[in-house]
Write a new protein. Structure first.
Length: 368
């Protein structure tokens, strides 16, 4: 302490150095508090991000695969899915068992007709996730199926809805199907319009009118920017008013090309901002037996798919003039070509399927 005079009075003043030393701890304390506050905030944010990431990884995981029916089993009894290089369980008792490849899934894509209940269009989509390959095989609607006498043998008809179509196609082609996605035709129109239309080459002249189905299809062959309604018309065209045009096979090939064109647009960067609209359309027009976590997993993997080189499409070939149990215009699959197409594009097993492992029905006779 020192003494000074101010106005004739003695005043005690603290030494300047001592005053400077007294202020330092206060400043360091404030800085330290701010630092620890920021550290705690960042730690909490980091913990939250980690928790969300772990939660997402737990929810978005590979879906379960459908069970496999092994060759030689009777009564259609299924056995557990076998993955990897060797078989186990019941499958090990079967000679040359069918072993599913990991992360290879088959999904039935179906679209309804105007009435909204008949699965007018059916495609089996196989997604090989490790190799980022997609195979799409259309199954003509009038394909012969193995049904009891007295029932319509054409695939598109019969009770049971899309679930029965899944069972029919699985039995016919000898492949498991892990789920289905069925879209109402109005949903197809809404999706194309929401995406701002789609660029597409119409493969031939189209001139067809059907007042009953409210269809008026008139296009010249060439490149178009199609609205939702126009895309639906092109997808549904099969023949002209004079009966020229193409068959169900030609129509499914056009539908496949439209599907690929739409997939490219949906997976484009500009479309990722439209997720809320996709969800709204999906909830209104689409039915599926897939879980939300399944769809999230497929979506998370599909961003890596090259639609230009990773997607291949085909239609099961055959002849549509078959007569079976009195039913005319039945579509009989070409056995040899069907086996080749299935093995090339939608076989989820580690070996090729044989004709004996499928259930292809032959017509009783032909109309020509």
């Amino acid at each position: 302490m020192r003494v000074s005079r101010q106005g004739g009075k003695r005043v005690l003043e603290p030494p300047p150095r001592q005053a400077h030393r007294d202020q330092r701890p206060k400043k360091r304390s404030a800085v330290k508090s701010a630092f620890w506050g920021l550290y705690k905030f960042l730690f909490c944010i980091s913990a939250l991000i980690v928790a969300v990431y772990i939660g997402a990884r737990l929810m978005v995981r590979p879906p379960e695969q459908a069970p496999t029916v092994q060759p030689g089993q009777t009564g259609g009894q299924t056995v557990p899915v076998v993955s990897g290089a060797s078989s186990t369980g019941d499958a090990s008792e079967v000679e040359n068992p069918l072993v599913r490849r990991e992360k290879v899934y088959n999904i039935l894509l179906a679209a309804t007709d105007k009435e909204g209940f008949r699965t007018d269009t059916m495609m089996v989509l196989s997604y090989d996730i490790p190799n980022q390959k997609v195979g799409v095989v259309s199954v003509p609607r009038d394909t012969l199926t193995d049904r009891d006498s007295g029932k319509n043998p054409k695939l598109v008809y019969g009770t049971g809805g899309v679930e029965q179509r899944v069972a029919d196609i699985s039995d016919m082609l000898g492949i498991p199907i892990d789920g289905y996605v069925k879209v109402n035709i109005k949903g197809f129109i809404a999706l194309v319009d929401y995406l701002g239309g789609v660029d597409f080459y119409v493969p031939c002249d189209m001139d067809y009118d059907d007042p009953y189905q409210d269809l008026s299809i008139h296009y010249k062959e060439g490149q178009y920017h199609l609205s939702g309604q126009q895309a639906m018309e092109v997808a549904r065209f099969r023949k002209n008013n004079d009966l020229s045009g193409y068959s169900d096979v030609g129509r499914t090939q056009t539908q496949q090309k439209l599907l690929v064109a739409l997939a490219k647009k949906v997976l484009s960067w500009n479309s990722l901002t439209k997720i809320n609209g996709f969800v709204e359309i999906f909830n209104k027009y689409v039915s599926t037996d897939l879980e939300l976590s399944d769809m999230l997993y497929f979506a998370s993997q599909a961003v890596n798919l090259n639609t230009a080189s990773g997607v291949e499409t085909a239609t099961l070939e055959g002849r549509g003039d078959g007569v079976y149990r009195g039913n005319t215009y039945c579509y009989e699959l070409d056995a040899e070509k069907t086996v080749e197409t299935v093995n090339r594009l939608i076989n989820p097993f580690d070996r090729d399927l044989t004709l004996e492992e499928m259930n292809l029905v032959k017509a009783d006779r032909y109309m020509s």
